[in-house]
Design a protein. Structure first.
Length: 436
């Protein structure tokens, strides 16, 4: 793995201490989830080959949904995709009549990321790359760039909203060629969904449509086709905090959003969408609640139902729903080791014995959920190291209580030897010994 940069180190530590997911350096702390990541990589490969994919990432609060989705975002970027990620909120949702859906699209557009700009704000770079490629192709083919751009965007006119989309991109070329920064800025505003009225868009770009609450999915499909024309391999859309749809008080509003999800799901499962993938993160109640969750919408329930044969420890990760598996005690130990290596120099690093004792402390205080929802455990560990760094006279023994675990304290960790030699861990059926 590449050497950790100081900027990445600071971002990781600050984010973990605040209980949020860092945007940089995720591979340095990633543990577990190998099967889930392998399946999502298959989806990414399918997108690059012209297909589509959709996954619902389901897990409890603090279980690592956002971390997992951000890790997949980085993998997609490295494989040549463009990503558009955003969190749903009371003022941002998939379907609305008061501008909330357009607000969600605008947030996704602002967070557009590529390999050269992984932190967002890459939409202008995508358009610039399309124009530059067209200009180079025109020189090689002895044609004008305008001719090449028209040829490459000709099939857009067959797509919903594609005529004005193609016209807007041609406007960018006009501004690029003439040095009209105001025109280029207006194009980017239109692509980001920042025009609130059609009149404003018509005056600026002579187009009659804008991104609005009713057509954001159509624009996402147009954007997927466009990024491929710009030389990328596809588009990955990430929507986190989908539980905000579950929280909507209006059944009509919830159903309208679920209908939009159903439309996306049908397009993907039937093969109608191309070069586009969706990641949607939510809690179990968002998925399974019979009155307010996705399962309350019969058509979605039938498509998202679990495989009846995947029981008694058997898993099926090929369906649309991925339930994040619990981190094992081994995974938690490796995670804490990674954080220790990031925060401390080799000479002053905590011994393995301290990590074992800390895990024993958490298991006694929190129970088995400390590695099912690791957010609080990680935050506490970062805080402990921060105290030790700022108080060099304090020993880790002074901060971790001596805890003796009883055999009846849970199934996930039946006994921990704090001597640092080994951790006996109770697995599903057999007792597994984890050597340090």
């Amino acid at each position: 793995m590449a050497r950790l940069k100081p900027r990445e180190r600071d971002a990781i530590v600050q984010a973990l201490r605040a209980g949020v997911v860092p945007k940089l350096g995720l591979p340095h702390i990633q543990v577990g989830r190998s099967q889930e990541i392998h399946e999502i990589i298959k989806d990414i490969d399918r997108i690059t080959e012209g297909g589509s994919a959709i996954r619902f990432v389901i897990g409890d609060y603090g279980s690592g949904k956002t971390f997992f989705m951000n890790l997949i975002r980085l993998v997609a970027i490295e494989k040549g995709l463009v990503t558009m990620f955003a969190d749903l909120a009371p003022d941002r949702r998939l379907h609305a009549t008061g501008g909330q859906a357009r607000s969600l699209y605008a947030e996704m557009a602002r967070n557009t990321s590529t390999r050269s700009k992984p932190d967002g704000g890459a939409l202008a770079n995508v358009v610039e790359r399309f124009v530059s490629n067209a200009q180079q192709e025109a020189e090689n083919a002895s044609k004008t760039p305008d001719q090449i751009i028209r040829e490459r965007l000709s099939h857009f006119e067959e797509m919903t909203g594609g005529f004005d989309f193609a016209k807007v991109i041609r406007c960018y070329w006009e501004g690029y060629e003439s040095g009209n920064e105001e025109l280029k800025s207006a194009v980017l505003r239109w692509l980001r969904g920042e025009f609130s009225t059609k009149t404003e868009a018509r005056n600026a770009l002579d187009v009659r449509t804008i991104v609005n609450d009713s057509n954001i999915y159509d624009h996402l499909k147009l954007m997927a086709a466009f990024v491929c024309k710009a030389g990328y391999k596809g588009l990955l859309v990430g929507l986190d905090e989908m539980v905000n749809l579950f929280k909507l008080n209006s059944a009509q509003a919830r159903n309208a959003n679920y209908e939009q999800i159903l439309r996306i799901l049908n397009d993907v499962l039937q093969g109608s969408a191309q070069n586009i993938g969706f990641l949607m993160g939510g809690t179990p109640e968002f998925l399974m609640h019979s009155r307010r969750g996705l399962y309350s919408y019969e058509a979605l329930q039938s498509r998202l139902a679990e495989n009846a044969f995947a029981r008694d420890g058997l898993v099926d990760l090929s369906g649309p729903v991925i339930r994040l598996a619990n981190l094992t005690p081994e995974d938690m130990f490796v995670l804490l080791s990674n954080i220790r290596n990031i925060m401390q120099d080799e000479g002053e690093a905590l011994p393995d014995e301290a990590l074992v004792a800390f895990m024993a402390h958490c298991s006694s205080r929190i129970g088995e959920s400390y590695f099912r929802t690791p957010r609080n455990t990680v935050t506490a560990f970062v805080n402990m190291i921060a105290v030790l760094q700022q108080n060099p006279d304090v020993e880790w023994h002074d901060l971790i209580e001596k805890v003796e675990l009883r055999e009846d304290q849970g199934d996930d960790m039946s006994d921990i030897d704090v001597s640092g030699e080994m951790i006996p861990v109770a697995g599903n059926d057999d007792l597994v010994t984890f050597h340090l």
